[in-house]
Write a protein that binds this ligand. Structure first.
Ligand code: ZN
Length: 136
């Protein structure tokens, strides 16, 4: 079962500036973390049970660097992440349903969560991240 939106992933060209903007809007800041596997540095803001995840590239090869480049040098909503209790079996059922997976096997995201992306080509244009929390 998909239980909730875990977070909205928002690309920002500069993480410090992004953090200041979200703080000035009154969002509760929860800290930052480099995610080596994705070549990004993230910053989290809590909204009830969900989060906003700001993503800034740490390397030009990062998918977030390509997103910002395609978007005329600006940030924007990069992905929607939802929680699932068992990511491996979810990926199998997504494959069976004919959806194109970017990650056939789970990768490690922020906070040690297991994550996998589904290609926007097969979801009507939205990049979805399925994630299983470390403690789930
Ligand atoms: Zn994410």
């Amino acid at each position: 079962m998909i239980s909730k939106i875990d977070h909205l992933g928002i690309a920002v060209p500069n993480l410090e500036e992004g953090i200041e903007i979200y703080k000035s809007m009154g969002f509760e800041y929860c800290g930052r973390e480099v995610v080596e596997e994705q070549n990004v540095e993230t910053a989290f803001f809590k909204i009830g049970e969900s989060m906003i995840e700001l993503l800034a590239p740490t390397d030009p090869s990062s998918p977030i660097a390509r997103f910002i480049q395609k978007n005329g040098g600006k940030g924007g909503i990069a992905h929607i992440a939802v929680n699932v209790p068992d990511l491996k079996s979810k990926l199998e059922s997504l494959k069976k349903a004919g959806l194109q997976l970017i990650d056939e096997t789970p990768k490690t995201g922020a906070h040690g969560a297991s994550i996998a992306f589904v290609h926007p080509k097969s979801t009507g244009g939205v990049l979805f991240e399925f994630c299983q929390k470390k403690d789930q």
